[in-house]
Write a protein that binds this ligand. Structure first.
Ligand code: NAP
Length: 288
């Protein structure tokens, strides 16, 4: 990690590589011990170009850590029954330990139905109500990858989290809500903000930890950040010039933060790393 007079950078790229190396070592050890090779099935429906890139990266990384990657690419006009039948088949296949359906799905398919059809023990995205409910109850099983990755980034700072006030911007099912549950489980005091929140700058100004997951380029101003706060920027926004930026005005926020994640190279790389961590955990769960 880089040390400067301003906020230190939490290097998500390096930490993700470290997590992937840990997963790879665990997979190698499993195979030496005669245990099964974890298998991850990734299903893509349609030809959304962004999804194609995400899926390609997930499959490549799966193979790099020594797991088996199973690919199912279905046409855009696939109906829900066909997708559910494929999930049933994968649920019953003992060589498949994790199932991921890349979102978004075409409009004829109900994403909630699909998520709930995946066996909780194979739900490596951590989106199934069973796994979310376990997180609510402080007994996590498979945890939503992006917030799980943010927790690992926070851990790498070696800062004490207990008792800190965390302000989370965004309340989506994949980012804000599970992030709030993770931080609550870590004994933070949490405030969850959304588009109807009054005085967002005032609330952010009280935060020891800010997690921005709103999808608004550089919305969070540097001057809103309390001096010494930790800033985790989940946002990924593509600007007109093709470059990526987060939800936080990075350069200005860095002048006040103690630690901060860049975009790209912060939270983003952690999501795949935690997906494969979950796939390993799913294989272990299925053996218990
Ligand atoms: P989402 O479902 O659109 O949710 C956005 C949330 O932000 C909503 O809760 C919304 O409030 C809130 N919000 C929007 N404008 C706001 C404002 N002006 N003030 C306060 N809150 C505001 O988005 P998402 O799927 O959670 O994703 C959020 C961002 O994270 C996106 O940039 C996405 O690309 C990124 N992301 C990154 C990763 C990764 O791997 N790094 C993974 C997932 C998502 P309401 O609920 O009131 O509408």
């Amino acid at each position: 990690m880089e040390n400067t007079t301003t906020g230190r950078i939490i290097d998500g790229k390096a930490i993700a590589e470290q997590v992937l190396e840990e997963v790879k070592m665990a997979v190698d050890m499993r195979r030496r011990d005669g245990l099964s090779q974890p298998g991850l099935a990734v299903i893509r429906v349609g030809d959304d170009p962004a999804s194609a890139v995400y899926v390609r990266n997930k499959r490549r990384r799966t193979e790099e850590v020594g797991m088996r990657s199973i690919s199912h690419d279905l046409p855009t006009d696939t109906d829900e029954a066909t997708l559910l039948a494929l999930i049933d088949e994968l649920n019953n296949n003992p060589t498949v330990h994790g199932i991921l359906v890349q979102l978004p799905l075409p409009p004829q398919i109900n994403a909630e139905e699909v998520i709930e059809r995946i066996a909780p023990k194979k739900d490596v995205d951590g989106f199934h109500p069973y796994n979310v409910g376990r997180l609510v109850l402080k007994m996590p099983t498979l945890r939503s990858c992006t917030p799980f990755g943010c927790m690992r980034l926070l851990k790498e700072t070696n800062e004490e989290l207990i008792g800190k006030h965390a302000v989370i911007i965004g309340q989506s099912n994949i980012v804000g809500r599970p992030m709030a549950l993770e931080l609550l489980m870590a004994r933070c005091t949490i405030t969850v903000c959304h588009s109807k929140t009054y005085d967002l700058p005032g609330l952010i100004g009280q935060a020891d930890i800010v997690v921005a997951g709103m999808g608004r380029p550089r919305f969070v101003q540097g001057g809103w950040i309390k001096s010494g706060a930790i800033v985790i920027d989940v946002g990924i926004n593509r600007l007109d010039n093709g470059t990526l930026c987060g939800d936080v005005d990075f350069e200005a926020a860095r002048q006040r933060a103690s630690w901060i994640t860049p975009v790209p190279g912060g939270v983003g790389p952690m999501t795949i790393a935690m997906l494969l961590t979950n796939t390993l955990e799913a294989a272990r769960w299925q053996e218990r």
